[in-house]
Write a protein that binds this ligand. Structure first.
Ligand code: GTP
Ligand code: MG
Length: 335
């Protein structure tokens, strides 16, 4: 499946229907009063977050969403029909901006979350509303109001608990395939992973958390080198980070520092997230391998995804950290 994580679409709510100009026609009443009905409301456009959707790919093919206009008012005070509403499904984690102003209009986080993104125009009043003592036969009615219309920029930021970052070839995809049901491509060359993968990691009997494997990061990623930058945004919303360096890296501490540096350049707040350092490929570690001290206060966990070593300890630690983060009040709750 192709992964598309940004898209531009237009949404147009329906215009309101026109109010009607009409007069009552009855036998023996040559000049009946005004009885023009109101126009119906234009259809709204809603966005709804849907957990089943994984990409913004659909929006590459269908870029325009236009709701019906309201029906015109009719004689005998009959109101026009409301235009049908449209619901556009988006993956959870889609941030929606007004393309013209850049302003964030909504952040579609929870499954089922729904928002009216473009409001249908109100129907115009029919001439029945405009009769007064001095103007008994109004020959006018209101036009319908215009429906809202926007160009929207959508950006998908994956919603995962744990973000996995490391140089290309560090063994990120191998880890996610060892501890979840995700089956990303694994190969012995850099940039095997071209799109993010999400894996659900089961923990004990009923618990689980979501881990995101993103393409490898290299020095200069924050300035656009490699594939890093494009995907770093996906870890902006994770609760914790796993920073992975291979045991046979030439300089583990330097590689680790480079990763942190790229994260910081991309978005300084990424470094405020709790992180765990992971040394991968311990089965092929050099003979004289010693566990480096990478950062005071940051746990270093050694694993081998191939041999299955250290995975339990890693999952225990990840679960512990994810649960701590889940118990903290969210930013929304504080403000
Ligand atoms: N011996 C050994 N090899 C491993 C281990 N984990 C990964 N590898 C190998 O390392 C190579 C790269 O693994 P990937 O999981 O594709 O690495 P990645 O970090 O996802 O790489 P990119 O997607 O390119 O960023 C593959 O040949 C894996 O088989 C491990 O624990 N032990
Ligand atoms: Mg990979």
């Amino acid at each position: 499946m192709k992964f598309v994580d940004s898209a531009k679409i237009t949404v147009h709510a329906g215009d309101g229907g026109k109010g009607c100009v009409s007069f009552r026609r009855e036998k023996y009443v040559p000049k009946g009063g005004p009885d023009g009905g109101d126009g119906g409301r234009g259809g709204h456009v809603y966005l709804r977050a849907n957990r089943q959707l994984a990409t913004l790919l659909d929006f590459k093919y269908k870029k325009s969403y236009i709701a019906d206009r309201g029906g015109n008012g009719m004689s005998s005070r009959k109101t026009g029909k409301d235009g049908g509403d449209i619901v556009v499904g988006v993956p959870c984690g889609t941030v929606v901006r007004n393309a013209e102003t850049g302003e964030v209009m909504c952040d579609m986080v929870d499954d089922g979350q729904e928002i009216m993104i473009a409001k249908g125009g109100r129907g115009g009043w029919g001439n029945q509303h405009f009769a007064t003592a001095t103007r008994q036969a109004p020959r006018f009615a209101q036009p319908g109001e215009k429906g809202d219309g926007f160009e929207l920029e959508m950006e998908l930021k994956l919603m995962a608990d744990v973000g996995l970052v490391g140089f290309p070839n560090a063994g990120k995809s191998t880890l996610i395939s060892a501890i979840s049901a995700a089956r990303p491509k694994i190969a012995d060359y850099p940039f095997t992973t071209l799109v993010p993968n999400l894996g659900i990691v089961r923990y004990e009997e009923y618990k689980s958390f979501v881990m995101a494997d993103i393409p490898g990061i290299i020095e200069g990623a924050a300035e656009g080198r490699g594939l890093g930058l494009q995907f770093l945004r996906h870890i902006e919303r994770t609760k914790i980070l796993v920073v992975m360096v291979s045991a046979n890296s030439e300089d583990i501490a330097k590689e680790y520092a480079t990763l942190l540096n790229e994260l910081e350049k991309f978005e300084p707040t990424l470094l405020l997230k709790p992180r765990i350092a992971v040394i991968s490929k311990m089965d092929i570690a050099p003979e004289d391998f010693t566990v480096p001290e990478l950062e005071p206060g940051v746990d270093v966990i050694q694993i081998s995804s191939v041999a299955g070593h250290g995975l339990k300890a890693l999952k225990d630690e990840l679960w512990k950290q994810v649960s701590i983060q889940n118990q903290l009040p969210t930013e929304d709750a504080v403000s």
